[in-house]
Design a protein around this ligand. Structure first.
Ligand code: IPM
Ligand code: MG
Length: 353
């Protein structure tokens, strides 16, 4: 059987423990299906700074060469807060995304039946909520020119938001294709009433739209979009946006679903796919067996689907997670009263596989 190779980067904080849970799930999938997954491990973020002196070491970069997918935990923590900004743990994650060229970051958001009470929104707003944020991941202000200096005696800093039409075109095509496979509605979120870069996004996305007459295209300013997301979240299907707006709106979306510990992501568009939960490294709860591993387990499902075409196995994982939540099991972030630990909820997922 063909060898399916995955690079595992556990990272910092809760990263190692939630990745270990996902790997247990993968092991069960492997036993059940007979598919062999070949795992290699590498360092990223703070752990890589400590071991190699930088957050995205050459050694990790070399390991990308012969894998089809990367499964990542999370990076960052207070230990590295006062480090030279050029080698912060987060820089390692950004360098990895850039090195892979994964420009299309999919962040799906849906409401699990058992979790209506966990959402701060009233139940009537949560009906039919099912959308995906398509976030541009390797351009814009995250990668633009930046500098900090003293000018006219004042401490000054800037960060540049810059996109060319090719960068916009490829993510737009990705978003329209995604919309074609869903309910054919696409919302472009920007700030075109103020920013030139947003005006270019509108122009280019409007041109691509001509090739997708079946898709209904809507434009929203980001401030309005932030409001509509909590006012009528079910009105969204595919949300297309730039790197920074996608970062912000996906954290907002996670609260609609009940917890940031639930949302997975897939970063695609290149040969190798990158899969990671949308949440951070949560150093305050690391090592206590209370982190929610479900976003990472769901990211593994996305990995099997998008990098290996294992649709059936991906659905098995997603259904097992749905069932665990429907059966009333909760991690601490979701619990009013009783809750299971990181490992124990993973056992419940595995029982249902
Ligand atoms: C995310 C995270 C990262 C980002 C950080 C850790 C650099 O917030 O994946 O949403 O801003 O992209
Ligand atoms: Mg974020």
């Amino acid at each position: 059987m063909e060898n399916k190779k995955i690079l595992v980067l556990k990272g910092d904080g809760v990263g190692p423990e939630i990745i270990d849970c996902a790997l247990e799930v993968l092991n069960v999938i492997s036993q059940k299906s007979g598919i062999i997954f070949n795992l290699i491990f590498g360092d990223i973020g703070g752990a890589a700074i400590d071991k190699h002196g930088g957050p995205f070491p050459k050694e990790t970069e070399r390991k990308l060469q012969d894998v089809s997918a990367v499964l990542l935990g999370a990076v960052g923590g207070p230990k590295w807060d006062n480090i030279d900004p050029a080698i912060r743990p987060e820089k390692g994650l950004l360098a990895l995304r850039k090195a892979l060229g994964v420009y299309a970051n999919l962040r799906p958001c849906q409401i699990y039946p058992g979790l209506i009470e966990n959402s701060p929104l009233k139940p009537e707003y949560l009906k039919n909520v099912d959308f995906v944020i398509v976030r541009e991941l390797v351009g814009g202000i995250y990668f633009g020119k930046r500098d900090t200096f003293v000018e006219n005696g004042l401490r000054t800093a800037f960060d540049e938001e810059r996109y060319d039409e090719e960068e916009i075109k490829r993510i737009a095509v990705y978003a329209f294709e995604t919309a074609m496979g869903r309910s054919k509605k696409l919302t472009l979120v920007d700030k075109a009433n103020v920013l030139d870069s947003s005006k270019l996004w509108r122009e280019v996305v409007g041109e691509i739209a001509l090739d997708y007459p079946q898709v209904e295209l809507e434009y929203l300013y980001v401030d309005n979009a932030a409001m509509q997301l909590i006012r009528q979240p079910s009105s969204f299907d595919v949300i297309l946006t730039n790197n920074i707006f996608g970062d912000i709106l996906s954290d907002e979306a996670s609260q609609i679903a009940g917890s940031i510990g639930l949302l997975p992501s897939a970063s695609l568009g290149a040969n190798i796919g990158l899969y990671e939960p949308i949440h951070g490294s949560a150093p305050d709860i690391a090592g206590q067996n209370i982190a929610n591993p479900l976003a990472t387990i769901l990211s593994l499902a996305m990995l099997l689907r998008y990098s290996f075409g294992l649709q059936k196995e991906a659905e098995q994982i997603e259904q097992a997670v749905t069932k665990v939540l429907a059966d009333g099991y909760r991690t601490k972030d979701l619990a009013q009263h009783e809750f299971l630990g990181t490992r124990e909820i993973t056992d419940e997922v595995i029982k249902r596989l």
